[in-house]
Design a protein around this ligand. Structure first.
Ligand SMILES: Cc1cc2nc3c(=O)[nH]c(=O)nc-3n(C[C@H](O)[C@H](O)[C@H](O)COP(=O)(O)O)c2cc1C
Length: 256
């Protein structure tokens, strides 16, 4: 679907699904060609997810239709165009595709993505991660949006149930790398997320409002009311606001 002429073919004789971009992955094979010859979960899953989300992620409905059609076939081998060939434990990968194509999170996890010029928003994001850990949240990841490839961030966004975006206001707008990330999320039809926002603005912080609007254009995104606004750097006493944001995220995570 993402490339007009790609098509999936089923070989009835050998029960092989030639799945085109479906079930593919970024990354070069290191000699072995079968997924069962590798530690797929450790060495390949992140790249397989990154591949799906960035290349095919927008077309979840089409992938669902294909999975439905394929479920009526006896499939012994899946041969994608890129990445390892599958001949064992196909359910493992089918289950991942089921989740990714319905935009269901794989992990109950919080992914914090920050952008920062002078390090103050970065410090606040790190402090929030600490507050979440204190509240017993197990899976937390923190990324600097300026120094992480957007495709990696999109992979993480698909994986996790909860997202935090933290960014400075920049000439009255959203800091550009963050704006680009949010645009990519929309283009790839990201859905079913709970989101919290942090903003920085020294004289007129407007980023959170603008990020809220952009996220509002996406489907099924719950944006928490709790939000933290930093004026250049976290002020003494703002720890309570950070704690309240962490409380709101942790409470929502427990409910899921
Ligand atoms: C080029 C530039 C543009 C900025 N534009 C705004 C703005 O429109 N509104 C505002 O309130 N602060 C603005 N700021 C101030 C930032 O919010 C402030 O520098 C903040 O500390 C940036 O976050 P950081 O410390 O994490 O880098 C701007 C700063 C820079 C360097």
């Amino acid at each position: 679907m993402h490339w007009p002429e790609t098509m999936v073919t089923y070989d009835e004789a050998d029960e092989v699904l030639f799945s085109a971009d479906g079930f593919g992955s970024f990354g070069a094979l290191g000699g072995h060609i079968f997924a069962d010859e590798m530690d797929f979960d450790r060495d390949w899953l992140d790249d397989a997810r990154r591949y799906y989300c960035n290349i095919v992620g927008k077309y979840g409905t089409s992938v669902q239709a294909l999975l439905k059609k394929a479920s009526g076939l006896k499939i012994s081998v899946i041969c994608p165009l890129h990445g390892p060939v599958w001949r064992k434990n196909l359910d493992y990968f089918l289950e991942k595709y089921q989740k990714w194509s319905t935009y269901e999170a794989e992990d109950k996890a919080v992914v914090i993505m920050y952008a920062s010029m002078y390090g103050n928003t970065a410090s606040a994001a790190d402090a929030l991660a600490g507050c979440l850990a204190e509240r017993g949240v197990e899976k937390i990841a923190v990324y600097d949006v300026s120094n992480t490839h957007v495709s990696d961030l999109i992979g993480e966004i698909f994986r996790a149930s909860h997202l935090v975006f933290a960014a400075p206001t920049y000439n009255g707008g959203i800091y550009p790398v963050m704006e680009n990330l949010l645009s990519d999320m929309k283009a790839l039809a990201v859905q079913k997320k709970t989101v919290a926002l942090m903003e920085n603005g020294t004289w007129a912080a407007t980023t959170a409002k603008q990020m809220r609007e952009k996220l509002g254009e996406m489907k099924d995104i719950t944006i928490l009311d709790a939000q933290v606004t930093i004026k250049s750097a976290m002020a003494a006493g703002q720890g309570d606001e950070l704690a309240a944001l962490a409380d709101a995220i942790a409470a929502e995570l427990c409910e899921r």
